[in-house]
Design a protein around this ligand. Structure first.
Ligand code: GLA
Length: 421
């Protein structure tokens, strides 16, 4: 009888904790830009990291920045399953423009490389059931030296809307003062809104603010759908590692501000290129899911290994990235070169990633106590644990009081999903 009573009490206590978890995790974040977009992180493809500013269509017709490149990518996004798993925005970065505005002061695409114009390209992309993203700059020039939008925010927003553009990446080069930078990002947001077209607004405002003063993220969230905080991603482990390090060391400032409608953007996925080992690609995919990051691939969909494709198209990992609760994860601890990250998910589930940052030696075993996860609320009274990466396997039921032992490759990650029972 005693035993029964204590069990009932225990269950009551656990239920109360669960209730607390629901209350805690459903608390809404700061107000977002009210354009109804990016309710979950944007997914798509962006040309910069892989194709940069290649203008030489004579010598390199397959990799220069031209409508042909985007049309080929659009076709593959539709035919090779990318669209089906959620990659929807096909985005042009810098170097699409002609060197001068037209006689009416409007931006124009380089006529040789984009003979159909952006409007023609947008029609094609839309015919594939995809959306088109474009790039411009808040200052006097784009980073690669093409015409900037300073003094032309309204006309540029209107031009993009007329062309049928669905996303704008707005860079921050060549801005002569921090006041212009802030005003420019805000004015473009309002200009886009006034067009009446739904255009995702992707900013680099905080990245360009940091050297001058600390960005006001609550304000940025009211104007942008996502915002870059840190340097450009490169096709290297060093780069991915530095993005993770920046994110964890600034997490108190940036994690809580993310949520439906507004996200921190740690830059493109470089999976499927040359610089990351298999384990490092797993780490990028797992951690971009934990960070609720926009998933914008920059790779060549015409030449991608089946393994990289399967990783990028992993529905379970994408589901973590796109989880409707919309809470960004954070680094829980770092011990002996192993980092544990966690992210609260809807239905009281949790994602947990363990990264082995030790670059000497082989795979390492790591044991975590389940009770240390999710502020003690991740697995009450028990939960079903599935390993999603590096490969999917059901690990089974775990009690709140149990330990879990995993094996993590150097520079690799083990990604788990803990589901309430
Ligand atoms: C900046 C941005 C990059 C890319 C280039 C283009 O460096 O941060 O993402 O858009 O400009 O010139």
């Amino acid at each position: 009888m005693m035993k029964l009573k204590s069990r009932v009490q225990q269950q009551g206590f656990l239920l109360a904790l669960r209730f607390l978890a629901v209350v805690l995790w459903s608390f809404p974040g700061a107000r977002a830009l009210d354009n109804g977009l990016a309710i979950t992180p944007t997914m798509g493809w962006l040309h910069w990291e892989r194709f940069m500013c290649n203008l030489d269509c004579q010598e390199e017709p397959d990799s220069c920045i031209s409508e042909k490149l985007f049309m080929q990518m659009a076709e593959l996004m539709e035919s090779d399953g990318w669209k089906d798993v959620g990659y929807e925005y096909l985005c042009i970065d810098d170097c699409w423009m002609a060197p001068e505005r037209d006689s009416n002061g409007r931006l124009q695409a380089d006529p040789k490389r984009f003979p159909s114009g952006i409007r023609g390209l947008a029609d094609y992309v839309h015919s594939k059931g995809l959306k088109l993203g474009i790039y411009a700059d808040v200052g006097n020039k784009t980073c690669a030296g093409f015409p900037g939008s300073f003094g032309h925010y309204d006309i540029d927003a209107k031009t993009f809307a007329d062309w049928g553009v669905d996303l704008l990446k707005f860079d921050g080069c060549y801005c002569d003062s921090v006041e212009h930078l802030e005003k420019g990002y805000k004015r473009m947001s309002l200009a886009l809104n006034r067009t009446g077209r739904s255009i995702v607004y992707s900013c680099e405002w905080p990245l360009y603010m940091w050297p001058f003063r600390k960005p006001n993220y609550t304000e940025i969230r009211q104007y942008c759908n996502h915002w870059r905080n840190f340097e450009d991603v490169y096709d290297s482990w060093q780069s991915v590692k530095s993005i993770l390090a920046w994110t964890s060391s600034n997490q108190k400032r940036i994690v809580d501000v993310a949520g439906p409608g507004g996200w921190n953007d740690p830059d493109m996925l470089v999976i499927g290129n040359f610089g990351l080992s298999w384990d490092q690609q797993v780490t990028q995919m797992a951690l971009w899911a934990i960070m609720a990051a926009p998933l914008l691939m920059s790779n060549d969909l015409r030449h991608i290994s089946p393994q990289a494709k399967a990783l990028l198209q992993d529905k379970d990992v994408i589901a973590i990235n796109q989880d409707p609760l919309g809470k960004q994860g954070y680094r829980l601890r770092k011990e002996d070169n192993i980092e544990v990250w966690e992210r609260p998910l809807s239905d009281l589930a949790w994602a947990v990633a363990m990264v082995n940052l030790q670059e000497i030696g082989g795979p390492r075993f790591h044991t975590i106590s389940i009770a240390s996860l999710g502020q003690g609320l991740a697995c009450i009274p028990d939960c079903m644990i599935t390993q999603l990466l590096p490969e999917k396997k059901k690990l089974g039921f775990y009690q709140w009081t149990s330990d879990l032992k995993t094996k993590i490759n150097p520079t690799g990650t083990v990604l788990l999903r803990l589901a309430a029972t």
